[in-house]
Structure formats: C-alpha cells, structure tokens
Design a protein around this ligand. Sequence first.
Ligand code: C5P
Length: 419
Amino acid sequence: MSDGRPHDSTSATSMRTSSGMNGKRVLLVIGGGIAAYKSCELIRLIRKAGGAVTCVLTDGGAQFVTPMSLAALSEEQVYTSLWDLKNETEMGHIQLSREADLIVVCPATADLMAKMTAGIADDLATTLLLATDTQVMAVPAMNVRMWEHAATQRNVAQLREDGVIILHPDKGPMACGEHGEGRLPEPEAVIAEIEHVLDGDGATQSTPLAGKRAIVTAGPTHEPIDPVRYIANRSSGQQGYAIAEALARLGADVTLVSGPVSLETPRGVTRVDVQTAVEMQTAVDAALPADVAILVAAVADWRAEASDRKIKKGESGGPPELELIENPDILAGLGRSEKRPALLIGFAAETDKVVGYAKAKLDRKGCDWIVANDVSGDVMGGAENSVHVITADGVESWTQMPKRDVARKLAERIADALS
Ligand code: C5P
C-alpha cells in the first residue's frame, strides 16, 4: 500500500500517449534560424517514438546544423540540393515528399513561409513544398518583430487558408536578446502536435488556457481493508485523463491527481499518484490555487478501519465485520473552501434519474457545473460517454461520443468560461 503521501510521478510525463508515430515517416525541412539546433532533438524524439525522419536542409539551415549531425541522428541520407545529380537519380525531389506521412518545416523562418505563401520554388525545400499534396506543418521561429510584422501575419493567415498547419510560437527570451512571441516551441511540444496530426486529431492552433491552472482528479480510489485487500470500483480513469490532456493541449498548467489506473500520463501534465480518498484530498489541497478544478474521480464513499495484518479466513468464526467510515467529500470541501477555484466542476455517475440527482448535487456540493453520465451501460471502463452538462442556466445533453471528444468539448467550454 501507499505510504500515505501523494507520490509525484512527474517524470512519467515523457511517456507517449498514443502510437501516432509508430511506423510513420516525417520529412523534416530545416530552415535557417538559430532554432535549427532544436530540430536535432526533434529527430531523436521522432525516432524514439518509432517514426522515421528524412531531413531536407536549406542553405540557411546548414549555417546552424550540419548534414553530418542530421544524418547521424536520422540514420538516413540528408538532402540539401535540388541540383545533386546522384540524389535526383536515386530519389527525385517529388518522390521525397510522396514517401512522407507528414512534412514538418521546423524551424519555419519568415523567409521560408513567405516563399511558401508566394509559391516560390528556388531550392530543394521550397520546390518539394510546392510539389507535394502531403499535409504540411510549419513550426515558426523568428524574432518577435518579424513574427508580429503584418507581412508575416498575412503569410501565416494565407498558409492556414491553404491548409498548412501552423503551430503557435512560444513567448519568452530570444536568442537575439529580445523578449516576446516567436520562440520555437520545445521539441516535446512539437512532437506532441505531430502525433496528434498523425492520429487524425488535428493540431492545437491556439492556447486559450495559457497561464491558467487546472486540477483534475481521475480514476478510482483503493481503500485498504488489510495489506492485501481493498475496496474499489470499476472506474478506468479514461475520462479524467482525457480531460487533463485536452486542458493541457489548450495551454493550461494541469495537475492530474490520479487513483490507481494503468494509463499513461498525458503529455505536458503533472501527475500525482494516490491510492485513497484521504490521499486524494491532500494532493488536491496541495495543488491549489487553481482557476478550474474538474473532479472526475470515482472516489470511494467509505473506507474501512484497515487492519495492519492480513485478516485470516475464519478467524472470527465467519466473515469479518467491516466497520465503514465515511470518506471526505473532496468536491464539496472545495465548494466551501476559501481557495475554491473560480470554476468548479463535478461529475455524477448515476444509474437512474440521472439529471434529477445531478441537479441536486450541483447545490449540495457547491459547484458550478455537474457533468452527469448514465453508468447503467458499459460507460465505466468503456471508450464512449453520453453526458448531460448541468449548470445554473439549465441542462445540455450531448450525444454519445468517444470520451476524448467529450473531453475536448468540455475543455473548450472551460476555456470560454474562463476567458
Ligand atoms: O456524491 P457523488 O459521489 O455522486 O459525487 C460525485 C462527484 O463528487 C464527482 O465529481 C466526484 O469526483 C466527487 N466526489 C469527491 N469526493 C468524494 C465523493 C465524490 O470529490 N468523497
């Protein structure tokens, strides 16, 4: 059993959440900017995730990274020139882009994007970008003034209209000494977006929850009876994990307080593992303050006075008598707390009178929204959910959909409510 303290497993955040990359090929076009060095790490991450990378290096890119480093990391030939007879004979530039599942331009400089917008094809990179019908993702990186310049913004808007996925650059200190928007996102964030696109989920093109803190609880709790037995429920944690992931994708700083489940930590989410309801409450309190808390966990209502040694069968002349103690209600506690998040959302799993019970819960627990679901079918542990969102304004019933879609829709609602 746990030692009673929440166990921080933040390191698990590097785990993959999907197999989007497995067996897929990325054509990586490296433009000429200082952020080109980060493309080396991106190659490593793609390969680690089971993908293959072919690199195309522009003349500008070659000022920052060498073909040798890229060849060593990708373990493949690196392409630099349109006029290389040997390369053209073995693998023509048209073929190069056709073999890829996704073309990623990283870093995408202002100049490269301007050429893409205008349809200029004056080197290998721009020629294959014009000659391809494969999905292109551009990861811009440049000085803040260049990023904010009307010409660049016009080009970005046009490229988006043309179907190019453009990731939003990060904000912060820049290599040129200035501060602002235009930094290349970290390779971890770029690969997450590549995986989302390869998974068919689309990329995150805006982060309305940037700067907001969110707490999500998920999974069941295990309440020990003795060192080997416990009280539990069938919660798989899938819905809570999907919500944590969806909030992180919209830019929130998410702490996921998780009961025992066998799910990988969503990328970019800080996970705190707990076993019992009391541990979950402690971990939620420790994660405050937050702008929003979504309590999805199926917390056990009762715990037993746990024996510290295994209860032997028949030692009390029959089944042991378990004295059950009520667990703290974490949601109701938050509803009354001075540190109550601005938006407090509870879940309600019911087998009958779903909406009626959920409405009563809204008041009783002091929360803003209740997401109610009917668990009489195979919702617990299943991949789909059909929910009713109950707020002070009324009830909205969503059609049955995958839990990831419920999560995405809910995250968007949360972003609207907090904006
Ligand atoms: O009362 P009921 O268990 O149906 O309430 C469900 C909601 O309350 C969920 O959001 C759940 O995470 C939360 N809850 C809690 N602490 C408990 C019991 C439920 O936070 N002890």
